[in-house]
Write a protein that binds this ligand. Structure first.
Ligand SMILES: CC(C)(COP(=O)(O)OP(=O)(O)OC[C@H]1O[C@@H](n2cnc3c(N)ncnc32)[C@H](O)[C@@H]1OP(=O)(O)O)[C@@H](O)C(=O)NCCC(=O)NCCS
Length: 414
């Protein structure tokens, strides 16, 4: 089976997480991703959160599969020359350095277009044009400035970030879509273009329903929020604990073993159509005859009581028993599955969502594979490159002679 992006060459100037997420995805789809790293140092994440001394960290290996690594000092005169050749050689350049860093290397967009008018130049920055455009940004800064932290957390607690990397990996996904869209457009126009994604925009896009609620607030309380009817609403979308963001109320309830197992919980959604079955199974058939409980509207002001009663029942079952009983009744629910359980789940391994990779220095480890499955384009996960592992072969591919490669090395340009 061929790969969808075979033949596309990516000049990968990314580091840390957001940019590497994008280029890893493109590499999984078959693009030839040439990761440019600073000689002797490389992507800083190679050395961050190391679990084994002197071995590339899992942080790095899990974001840089299927790529080739070339070391290159883009501030060295000879390095700039090689970089220019790489720009000519590639279809797409992806970067997520601090604002202005690529310009300071001497390669503003205008210069890149001059070198290669078909080049698609894709960047992640923390912010788009505006008051914060020059700021450096990491994941949690994006979550805080994009509306996620303000709307996440317990009702009366402080703002909270989520463990899902919605700012970094989320924006990397947006960028990948921007790149393939620009490649598609280039088929017709023959021209490259600039693709920019800001992490603040990416997080806000994922917080769309909270901007919806901000506008609904003007017309009265948010009745599905746990603050209703007894709590106060201010003038901004509040944090809502584990309440569902949609029109069907939901909450996390305890299951058997919760006293000792921090993940013995399940999320239950009291979807109106399935409520009669849910009420019966938890021993509350009486609610169905009682106008105080029988309609979604009548239940809204006392959702806390509804979930208390559901919890009395779920506490007598394991989370998987609850799942087994409620799913056939069409009650949507989801056990809180720990990372340990996910890492051991055979069905995720069977689909390539969790993959075991062998690395020459660290040995075998687990990673998350391609979450996008194509029926006619394979996507295998290959180990990340060692620093500069492919320097010689890549320099030869762009036309440097053995002597030129040797000189570039002696001059520490690569
Ligand atoms: C992530 C971030 C905060 C890290 O900041 P940082 O560690 O200080 O790194 P910078 O991006 O400023 O880059 C460091 C320097 O290395 C230089 N550099 C990088 N690769 C190089 C190479 N191959 N050769 C020579 N110099 C290189 C850059 O040009 C820059 O130099 P300059 O400051 O003189 O212009 C910052 O890059 C950023 O805000 N990126 C955009 C948003 C983003 O993607 N954040 C999420 C990260 S997951």
């Amino acid at each position: 089976m061929t790969k969808a992006l075979e033949g596309v060459r990516i000049l990968d100037m990314t580091h840390v997480q957001s940019g590497p997420t994008c280029t890893q995805l493109l590499a999984w789809f078959g693009a030839d991703v040439i990761k440019v790293e600073r000689p002797g140092a490389g992507d800083a994440t190679r050395g961050q959160l190391r679990d084994i001394p002197d071995v590339d960290s899992l942080y790095f290996t899990m974001l840089n599969h299927n790529k080739r690594s070339v070391t290159l000092n883009t501030k060295h005169e000879k390095g700039k020359d090689i970089f220019t050749r790489l720009i000519k050689h590639c279809d797409v350049m992806v970067e997520n350095f601090a604002p202005g860093a690529i310009d300071r290397m001497g390669f503003p967009w205008e210069r890149i277009q001059e070198i290669n008018p078909r080049m698609i130049y894709a960047s992640v920055k923390g912010f788009g044009p505006g008051p914060f455009e020059d700021c450096k940004v990491y994941e949690n800064v994006a979550q805080c400035t994009g509306g996620a932290a303000s709307t996440t957390g317990v009702l009366d607690g402080f703002p909270m970030v989520t463990g899902a990397q919605i700012g970094d990996s989320g924006t990397g996904l947006n960028l990948a879509l921007g790149v393939v869209t620009a490649l598609f457009h280039r088929e017709k126009s023959g021209r490259g273009q600039r693709v920019t994604c800001s992490m603040q925009d990416g997080v806000l896009n994922l917080c769309r329903v909270k901007l919806r609620d901000q506008q609904r607030l003007k017309h009265g309380p948010l009745k599905e929020y746990p603050q209703y009817p007894n709590g106060e609403f201010g003038d901004a979308t509040p944090r809502s604990g584990n309440a569902s963001g949609g029109g069907q109320p939901g909450w996390i309830v305890k299951c058997k073993g919760w006293e000792t197992d921090p993940d013995a919980y399940i999320y239950v959604i009291t979807q109106a159509a399935a409520f009669p079955e849910l009420a019966k199974v938890i021993g509350h058939a009486d609610w169905l005859e009682d106008p105080e409980w029988s309609t979604p509207e009548s239940r809204l002001p006392k959702l806390d009581k509804v979930f208390e009663e559901i919890e009395k029942w779920t506490m007598t079952k394991t989370k998987y028993e609850v799942m087994d009983i409620l799913n056939p009744l069409n009650v949507p629910c989801g056990p809180i599955i720990s990372m340990k359980e996910l890492s051991e789940e055979s069905s995720l391994k069977a689909t390539g969502t969790i993959v075991e990779v062998d690395h020459p220095e660290r040995g075998k480890y687990l990673t998350v594979g391609n979450p996008i499955k194509l029926s006619d384009s394979s996507s295998d996960v290959k180990r990340s490159p060692l620093l500069g592992e492919h320097t010689d072969e890549i320099l030869a591919e762009i036309g440097l002679s053995n002597q030129e490669i040797l000189t570039a090395k002696e001059e520490k340009a690569v």
